[in-house]
Each structure stands twice: as structure tokens, then as C-alpha cells.
Design a protein around this ligand. Sequence first.
Ligand SMILES: NC(=O)c1ccc[n+]([C@@H]2O[C@H](COP(=O)([O-])OP(=O)(O)OC[C@H]3O[C@@H](n4cnc5c(N)ncnc54)[C@H](OP(=O)(O)O)[C@@H]3O)[C@@H](O)[C@H]2O)c1
Length: 318
Amino acid sequence: MNDTDVLTVTPAVNPGKRLLVLGGGYTGQRFARAAAARGFAVSLTSRRPPAMATGALHWLQFDSDSGSGGAAAALEEITHVLVTGAPNGSQGDPFLPLLGAMLQRQPLEWVGYLSTTGVYGDSGGAWLDETAPTRPLSERSQRRLDAEHAWQALGLPLQILRLPAIYGPHRCPFDSLRQGSCRLVHKPAQVFARVHVDDIVGAALHCLLALAPPDRPTVLNVCDDCPCPSTESLSFAAHLLGLKLPSVQRYADIEADLTPMARSFWVENRRTSNRLLHNLGYRLLYPSYREGFRASLAEETAQASDQVSGTACSGPSS
Ligand SMILES: NC(=O)c1ccc[n+]([C@@H]2O[C@H](COP(=O)([O-])OP(=O)(O)OC[C@H]3O[C@@H](n4cnc5c(N)ncnc54)[C@H](OP(=O)(O)O)[C@@H]3O)[C@@H](O)[C@H]2O)c1
């Protein structure tokens, strides 16, 4: 599925709804375009917004280091917010200190907060759902849990969407396979969970358009049906490209070479359940990396040919 398909799933039905996307990055931009196609007036922020307008999207400058820029003014009568920026080490959440009090004065119907399944910590590969205790292992995940709590403390109509690794067009292992920089690493019993970016968009839109407010869970895992070893998903990506896989390396042999950030992903092993998402009536666009990688490659290929023919539009890099 490409962006155009996402935009045409449901008709535009929301005149008068005003969405602010705090962080128009990878997921934020796709959510913004999908919401605009459903009749939302959409503003989105970036530290470096594009100089030129991009379609129906209204870009605002916002940087937690230098001030709120145009984002504070855009809060007037805002009805929906999606928060996509991660907390950082020194400041915590980038948006709350400057915008939190103003958000509390808006007629908000829905606030989506993109978090991570890292807040659960390690389950030794066992399945866990939204009722599982949060036991973050890394400082990064502890900061994320703190940010979840800070957003909850505002008393807004908040939904926390906990995400595993996000993939989609331009976020698949295709380039690293083509360049020969991809590592095929095996760690016994280790799995990784994933979600296609358009299922984050689809699940969030499902919550805010198809569910009544009392039916929207405060915490929702948004992930696909198929946590699996990275050797499995990489093998499929190589198959799609018709490329040979690199030799398999044992995790124990390469662990010492990894950056602390890379190692932090390998020391956590969990299968996050999406049963609640299914029970809410959301049908995944991409139940596994197989459909998702195939669609992502098709979209990348289509964009490359648009660029050759000069029809592609641009936003800030994400
Ligand atoms: N990538 C993954 O695999 C993954 C997995 C689980 C959860 N997540 C989380 O899911 C969320 C969305 O991910 P994504 O990949 O779509 O994120 P992304 O592309 O990195 O976009 C993040 C957005 O937040 C903005 N932002 C970040 N720090 C900011 C600051 N200090 N001041 C102002 N704006 C700031 C960025 O602004 P600019 O436009 O200026 O860059 C960008 O627009 C993030 O919170 C991410 O941590 C990601």
C-alpha cells in the first residue's frame, strides 16, 4: 500500500477538526497526510520546516531548545494532537514544558502519544500485553516511561500507542543489503517485533474516528502479528531484492563490537501482543514484514520513478 491508498480508505468526514502533529517526522508526516485527506485541518511542527508549503499541510517551526516558534499560536481551537518526538536526555519531553499548559486550555477530543514497547523491558521472549508491568532496562526507556507519566498527568484525553521497531518505505533493510553493509546476526531464541508505519497511522485513525471516547484504551500496543528473528526478516528482504545474504554471525562473537545503543536492543527479548488492537476492530494492513516489505519496496520504486519524471514532492528529511 502506498500513501495514496492510505488516504483513500475512508472518506473525508471531519470539517471543523483541527489536528496538530508535534513532530512532523517519519510517522508524523504520514499521519498528517492521512488526516488531511479525511477533512482535518492539519498543522505539523519541525525544527527545520520546509520553506515551501507541502500540499494541504501547514508547517510550523518548533524546537525545544530555542522556543515554541509558531506552534503555540497554532494551538488555538485545536481538537486533536499527535505527539511523535522522543524525550531527550537533558530535557525530557521536548513539547511539554513549552506547550503543556496551553494544551490543557484547548477543546481537545484526542491526544495520541507515540511511545515504545521498550518500556516493558525484557520478557525473555514471552508474550506480553498492555497489562504487563513496565520494567524499563535502559535509561532511554526509563525516560520514555517518565514522558508517558508526564503526559498522563496533564489530564488530557490521552492514548499512549506503544510501538516496536517502525519500518516502511525508506526504513527497510534494502539499502544496507544493496550496499553490503547489512549484518546477519543470530542469537538463539531472540525475536524482534515490528510495525509498518501505515499501521500506526491506521490504528491511530481507527481509535479517533471509529471508537467512542470511552472505548479508547489509554495504552495500546500497535505492532504486527509476527515477531521473529531478524535473520528471518532480512532473508525475506534479500529474497525480494534477488540478493545473496551475508554470512551469519553469532551474537556472542560480535557483541563486543556493538554500540551501547545497538546492544540495548539485543538484550531485550519480548513478543508484544496486539490482541487488544484486533479486539478493537482494527484490521492490520501489514500483518507481517512479508506484506510490509513488499509494499515498501513497491512504494520506494514508484517514488524513484516519480523523481526521474519530476513529479515527487518534498518535506523535511526524516
Ligand atoms: N524508529 C523506531 O523504530 C521507533 C520504535 C518505537 C518507537 N519509536 C518512537 O516513535 C516516535 C515516532 O518515530 P519516528 O521514527 O516517526 O520519529 P522521527 O522521524 O524521528 O520524528 C520525530 C519528530 O519529533 C521532532 N522532535 C524531536 N525532538 C525534538 C525537539 N527537541 N524539539 C522539537 N521537535 C523535536 C522531530 O523534529 P525534526 O523534524 O526537526 O527532526 C521530528 O519531527 C518517536 O517518539 C520514536 O522514538 C520509534
